[in-house]
Design a protein around this ligand. Structure first.
Ligand code: DGT
Ligand code: CA
Ligand code: CA
Ligand code: ZN
Length: 580
């Protein structure tokens, strides 16, 4: 534990003491100690065995010394741990929100006894913060903005946000004469579910000499959305965008572009394993080239393909580069043919104006047809989702009729009648079995009571899977990225049951869901469970988000055969009735 981490714990303690209404002298003593330790040149861990030396640090008295000794002996400071127990660990997240100090948190706590970011955000949206003493509408708005920033700056960005920033920057760079190749690398190219920063690689005539790169760098620095310049070197420009996203643009000579692509696409773990293989074969591999170990002469570097080929590997798709077996598989020519977006014949999770969607059945169908799909399913919500105007048995039956007649009227695409039915807290479904039996597709999803004990949640899902009407489980872990954790249950038990009952698992492509995620998808495949890739569209413009799902499926090594909505219409309909 370094001094910075120790100081962090003491700062947190001070903040929590303040929330707790303790006396200001005591609070200050923790802040002072934190500051002193943060600035102390010697690591506390080296001197903790010599109390005299610790006591020599200004601001550290006998009481604080005991805290520090506790920290090194038991791994925590008692006061800190007790305060966390009294409130909730989520308090620490609130404290990290810029502009939301202990005083405000204390105020919110005393009024509502909540201290997690989601709950505070909800209160603010409901106008329940402004009515507190010393607050007001302005404060409330500032708080909401701060929460939004916290979520973004909190580190990572959703894949679609990163992609949108990358597209804008690509357009800008493309206008400079002499940039011939412009490629985002890093986690974005690998299709990771969230992205930390953007790694841009640029090459062409404008990147050959130092003078060229100087001029090119000047152009990059003029990018209008650029907010802060972080650093500008010979061949790298790093900056932060107004969206708080950080970008590294690297200007590379053409002969090493492939090596740089390989290196900066990563992942780090993949690179380390690849470099070890190179060394064993008598090469060195870095961001400039693959070179002979002895003569240092480059043998490849212009393209990624030639690097992998020289290392006697089949080309490895960026999505697979996580050092999860892909290098061995590439050496043995056993990499799977990954699913592609063009393999999908339909999207079978979408909502309409009948519940919380924005478009009609017909509009959704026409938009899907324009994408080249052969079928879709309309799967509106069930009544448990009252705020979404969910369907009861009677409305659900009427909706089936509407869907079937729309399907008859619109040529060139089949519209399956479906439902996204809530799995209630006890595992029962929200509509009658007789109504569900009328559906072509039944997606069963959890939309409420997320915080059950894992055993209870497991039983809840097992019960839904056992219902013979259920075709697939929607967004099976319920996580909302950067916002809400997955609910906890025994995923192995659920996947085993799904395989036995031939109930599929959804890969929900919505960028903040991506649920199942890549790890769970791979697990599902190992259990023999089939996947359906959907968008969960609430508007025609959402249909295109399917590509984010496809990326995750590829990261999970899935092939066409693993995904049911690659099947032609009749076979797919059978698969939704457990024939797979
Ligand atoms: P991110 O930005 O956190 O979403 O993840 P990445 O994968 O984009 O990571 P980033 O931006 O830190 O670095 C980009 C790539 O550069 C990374 O995927 C692999 C490569 N790289 C970075 N640091 C190292 C390193 O220490 N060793 C090796 N071999 N490669 C590295
Ligand atoms: Ca990155
Ligand atoms: Ca980076
Ligand atoms: Zn849902």
């Amino acid at each position: 534990m370094d001094n910075k981490a120790i100081a962090g714990i003491l700062y947190e303690t001070a903040d929590m003491l303040e929330i707790d209404g303790q006396d200001s002298f005591r609070i200050r003593s923790y802040r002072n100690a934190a500051q002193a330790i943060e600035n102390h040149p010697q690591p506390i861990k080296d001197i903790i065995g010599e109390p005299k030396k610790v006591l020599e640090i200004p601001g550290i008295g006998k009481g604080m010394l005991i805290n520090l000794q506790e920290l090194f002996k038991q791994g925590c400071v008692t006061v800190h741990a007790e305060l966390l127990k009294k409130y909730h660990p989520s308090m620490l997240q609130l404290l990290r929100i810029q502009g939301l100090g202990p005083k405000t948190i204390a105020l919110i706590w005393s009024a509502y006894e909540v201290c997690d970011v989601d709950a505070v955000e909800k209160l603010a949206r409901e106008g329940k913060i402004r009515i507190l003493p010393r607050m007001g509408e302005k404060h409330e708005q500032k708080l909401l903005k701060a929460i939004e920033d916290y979520r973004r700056i909190g580190g990572r960005f959703l894949l679609d946000a990163a992609e949108a920033e990358a597209a804008k920057l690509t357009d800008y760079l493309a206008k400079f004469t002499g940039f011939e190749k412009i490629t985002p690398a890093g986690s974005l190219r690998r299709g990771r579910e969230t992205v930390g920063d953007l790694d841009f690689l640029v090459t062409g005539k404008a990147c050959c000499t130092d003078a060229d790169r100087e001029k090119a760098g000047e152009y990059v620095a003029q990018y209008p959305p650029l907010m802060d310049m972080i650093s500008r070197g010979d061949n790298k420009v790093s900056f932060r965008l107004r969206s708080a996203m950080q970008v590294d643009v690297r200007l590379l000579p053409p002969e090493s572009f492939g090596a740089a692509m390989q290196y900066f696409t990563g992942s780090k773990a993949h690179n380390v394993a690849l470099r070890q293989r190179a060394l064993k074969m008598g090469y060195t591999l870095n961001e400039y080239s693959l070179a002979d170990l002895k003569t240092e002469k480059p043998v490849a570097g212009k393209t990624e393909e030639e690097i992998y080929a020289k290392l006697k590997l089949d080309f490895i798709a960026p999505e697979l580069r996580e050092n999860l077996g892909e290098i061995d598989a590439a050496a043995q020519h056993t990499l799977p043919p990954l699913i592609a977006q063009a393999d999908l014949q339909g999207d079978v999770h979408m909502h309409t104006v009948e519940t919380d969607g924005r478009n009609t059945i017909e509009e959704m169908a026409e938009a899907a047809k324009a994408r080249g799909y052969n079928y879709i399913a309309i799967t509106d919500h069930s009544k448990n989702l009252a705020f979404a105007n969910g369907l009861d048995d009677k409305r659900a039956l009427a909706h089936i009729q509407r869907i079937r007649s729309a399907s008859d009227q619109i040529e060139g695409i089949t519209i399956f009648a479906g439902i996204e039915v809530d799995i209630l807290a006890d595992g029962d479904l929200d509509l009658s079995d007789s109504v569900l039996a009328e559906m072509d597709i039944v997606i069963a999803s959890v939309h409420s009571v997320f915080n059950q004990e894992p055993a209870k949640m497991t039983d809840r899902l097992l019960k839904a899977i056992a219902n013979p009407n259920v075709s697939l489980i929607g967004h099976p872990t319920g996580r909302i990225q950067l916002r809400r954790d997955a609910y906890h249950y025994d995923i192995n038990a659920v996947l085993t049951a799904a395989a036995q009952n031939k109930v599929a698992m959804e890969l929900n492509s919505y960028p903040d869901r991506l649920d199942l995620n890549d790890v769970h998808l791979r697990q599902a495949k190992q259990h023999g469970v089939k996947i359906v890739i959907n968008t969960d569209s609430h508007h025609t413009s959402h249909l295109e988000k399917i590509r984010f799902g496809v990326l995750q499926a590829r990261r999970a090594w899935l092939t066409k055969g693993d995904v049911l909505n690659t099947l032609p219409e009749q076979k797919f309909a059978g698969a939704m009735k457990h024939a797979w």
